[in-house]
Ligand binder design. Sequence first.
Ligand code: ZN
Ligand code: ZN
Length: 199
Amino acid sequence: MKRTISIVPVGRIDSNVLHGLQQGLSVAFSVAPDIAEPLPEPFYAFNSRRNQYSAESILEVIASRLQGDTAEKILGIVDHDLYVPELNFVFGVALGRATLISIARLRQEFYGLSSDDDLFCRRVLTEAVHELGHSYGLKHCVNPNCVMFFSRTLLDTDKKGSDFCAPCNIKMHRFQSATSSPEGQKWMLPSSLSLSFVP
Ligand SMILES: [Zn+2]
Ligand SMILES: [Zn+2]
């Protein structure tokens, strides 16, 4: 299998999470992802007024520091709450071949519930597959059981899971076998946002 996804921890991320993601992504994309050396904690991206971290600032750093990286796609993973200016938070973003997800809001504990490691790992994989799907060229899907469905809440995320629906799967194979970059690689799409989940 080709090494086409590089998983990049931004700050400290539990190794079980990284290895679970590596395994899940290898199945979802039929590639052999690797886990890169962690980047430093992203203090530069902290916005004290919002008490959140700028997704765009972190993405820029990932993209610039890893310019020489030969992986086709890069997945940054951070354990801090992310925002983009127009939204109160995002689970993840994609910009060209660089993608970024936050695992901060994927834990049950974030909502005052008891921890559930299996559910947490499923959510991490779902968000990662969704952002990487954008990076390969997929747009949002109307099928609520497809990973490319736009989650408004974690209930949507839990319902859809990490699998592509049949039409998205066909498109993904087409994108993966194309040699040139898909159109629209310059956009940034928030993976999912939730207005109702804000504490
Ligand atoms: Zn779909
Ligand atoms: Zn999305």
